[in-house]
Design a protein around this ligand. Structure first.
Ligand code: PBG
Length: 324
């Protein structure tokens, strides 16, 4: 018998062979760690559905950023929980808004880590939608101006990169124009290009206190059933001046990440969102899954699909595993 002729198992025989032919390698270099800034002093408020994550007041946030830097994580992503929310989302672009304060303090104390800011209004509006409301609906073009103003205020505070996530049409172009006019033509845009109307953001909305008071986000975030539409969204963002394209969430959308990688020549980011994190944490707590292995396998799969960059709440834990 001379069958089977080719035996894939020959190269799986031991770890040395496996290392030799490994196609995807995880590295701390591709991680961005999200953090939640809140007002006050000495505040460290746990987020129940995201074990190990907290709303942090600025001085405690700086400590976490310091730890990220020591682990070799190249960038953090900031979200803000303002003191007051209002109809105009005024906390989003206030000179002394929570994110603006946090950015200034981080750049002052930990200069050698990139600070990326999420540019959206849902954390700042009293209704919790990502844009300005007109006649009961999110008004696209009114929102563009506020998003541009918000991005410029982040850049003024020292943000290294801005990440618009509101899913308004034209947001990348409006922000690019705003940044350029304000003299920030070298500040790049990490565009949440293909952001789906996903239930996997559930824990985040607890973390950022940003659940919408009425309706849902389906009139601006994408339908989970669509993939060609993601390519259209990414094309628009490329034309409008995006520097990095993002797909979000990550694990349920690996096929979209792959298309982003194959059809565009910009760096691709994937957001391993709060619900993806919470699922692994919850199953591990119940003893139903090996947490560390599930984390590393998930992150490897996201890289294998084509993501150059992964935004993940696991960044610190994974960085520690990679150091061993
Ligand atoms: C802001 C924003 C959201 C997330 C990132 N930016 C929430 C949303 O769109 O409802 C979700 C991140 C996560 O779930 O980890 N619009």
């Amino acid at each position: 018998m001379n069958f089977p002729e080719y035996r894939p198992r020959r190269l799986r025989k031991n770890d040395l062979f496996r290392r030799l032919i490994r196609e995807t390698r995880l590295s701390v270099d591709s991680f961005i760690f999200p953090l939640f800034a809140t007002v006050g002093k000495g505040v460290k408020k746990p987020i129940d559905s995201m074990p190990g994550h907290f709303q942090l007041s600025v001085e405690l946030l700086v400590k976490e950023v310091q730890e990220c830097r020591e682990l070799g994580i190249p960038a953090v992503l900031l979200f803000g929980i303002p003191e007051r929310k209002d109809e105009a989302a005024s906390g989003a672009f206030a000179r002394d808004g929570i994110v603006q304060q946090a950015v200034r303090r981080i750049k002052d104390k930990v200069p050698d880590i990139l600070v990326v800011t999420d540019v959206c209004l849902c954390e700042y509006t009293d209704h919790g939608h990502c844009g300005m409301i007109e006649k009961g609906e999110v008004h696209n073009d009114m929102t563009l101006e506020v998003l541009a103003e918000t991005a410029v205020s982040h850049a003024k505070a020292g943000a290294d990169m801005v990440a618009p996530s509101a899913m308004m049409d034209g947001q990348v172009g409006a922000i690019r124009e705003g940044l350029d006019e304000a003299g920030f033509e070298t500040v790049p845009i990490l565009a949440y290009s293909a952001k789906y109307a996903s239930c996997f953001y559930g824990p985040f909305r607890e973390a950022a206190e940003s659940a919408s008071r009425f309706g849902d986000r389906k009139a601006y975030q994408m339908d989970p059933a669509n993939s060609d539409e993601a390519v259209r969204e990414m094309n628009l963002d490329v034309q409008e001046g995006a520097d990095i394209l993002m797909v979000k969430p990550a694990l349920p959308y690996l096929d979209v990440i792959r298309r982003a990688k194959e059809e565009f020549d910009l760096p691709v980011a994937a957001y391993n969102v709060s619900g993806e994190f919470a699922m692994i944490k919850a199953a591990a707590r119940l003893g139903w899954i090996d947490e560390e292995k599930a984390m590393m396998e998930s992150l490897t799969a996201i890289r294998r699909a084509g993501a150059d960059i992964i935004l993940t709440y696991f960044a610190r834990e994974a960085a520690k595993v990679l150091q061993r």
